[in-house]
Design a protein around this ligand. Sequence first.
Ligand code: AMP
Ligand code: GLY
Length: 454
Amino acid sequence: MNSSKKPIKKILLLGNGGREHSIATFLKKSQKYEIELFGFFNMKNPKMIELCENFYITDEYNFGEKSNFAMLKKFAEISHLDFAIIGPDDPIAAGAADALLEIGIKSFAPTKKAAQLESSKGFTRSLLKEFDIEGNAEFQRFSSGEQEKLEKYCKNISHKFVIKDDGLCGGKGVFVQDDHFTTAEEGIEIAQKILEKSESLVIEEKLEGPEFSLMFLADGKTVKETPTIADHKRAFEGDNGPNTGGMGTISFPEKLPFITDENIAEAKKITEKVMNAIEEKTGEKFIGVMYGGFMRTQTGTKVIEYNARFGDPEALNFFSLLETDFVDICEHAIAQRLDEINISFSKKATVCKYLVPEGYPTQPVKGVEIYVDESKIGEDVNIFYASVYEDENGKLLLGGSRAIGLVGIDEDFETAREKVNKALECVTGPVFSRKDIGSKELLEKRMKESEDMR
Ligand code: AMP
Ligand code: GLY
């Protein structure tokens, strides 16, 4: 029953991680619309299910792309949707938005061709080159038949280099000289191993400098910037240990102190040009999130990579701050009218931390029960359920990836951090988090890296 007399919006949400739980939570808080959510999931995330009118749990690999999204289309068709939101990179790259378009449903997510921005590192480097967009790195693409050419190129290269698998590798396809290998010969060996499995790779110049990332909302005509948020990718305290999807993210009431206005302006200019180039190259407009990784080098802002989706955990901060109705943002983006909407964010600090299974990311415990006592979560803390599922007895089990995301929000950064640190105690079980995210020491370290560049 629509007792509130607000217009009803029927929205399909594909994905069931922390990013999608934050999207779902804030959609449901809409002041303007009565939201009916239709979840297309691959895990029975109990908190997301609570928010849904209907849901489908696919047993098909990666949300059904193997079957050409047959179930997704069937589920979407019976749900009489206004539009869809696709969260994760895999289904976006495989063409979930195209599949939905075939049955007349538009998505806040790019099509397969436009999403090559993330799904092919070589596509993006070549695009920047072809359209003469600033911020590119020296690079060369090699396919599996070009082993000899690759060897010659690496032996004659005059700068340090980075080897990147061309496709999506869940953050595991990048090898940086001095970090992952030392000599050109070692690099060649790694490259050859990649080419045994993948069709192509990119060898690119190693850039030096502090990194920053920025998410832009895009509709093919306009890009809109969003608050600056910094991720912490390493698994352990002090930025040590293996890379992860992101252990936690911070934002300040104003922009992050280690990112300048000039950095933001340069990143935006590059992103606008990239968005236009995508349409010229593929004939399709980029609708969704253009999430760029950049590096501040001695010769200006350079592109490290682009993602074609919300960052996770960045989305958890983003939605904790967003004041504009997200339905309006999605509908304006889908209609190429982002220029007509004013998007605002509250001027507060956010500190987000993920609780992850012991052993994460290399050997995470899975299928083990955790307990969440939400009564221990104080005010101004948001909780999002990620890689967790409910078994037939109602137990909450670890799925093996990042489990529970918590976001502390306050006018004052320190207080936001204290709030989230306290809230981490709400979970018991074999999980850990990074206590140092948001600490003075870590902030000072980032400030110093950034000042060294000036
Ligand atoms: P990516 O998956 O492309 O973001 O790469 C993962 C990490 O590898 C980045 O966050 C950087 O730290 C590093 N990286 C990637 N490309 C380069 C590059 N061209 N120069 C230096 N570091 C890089
Ligand atoms: N937090 C990094 C990512 O979503 O790729």
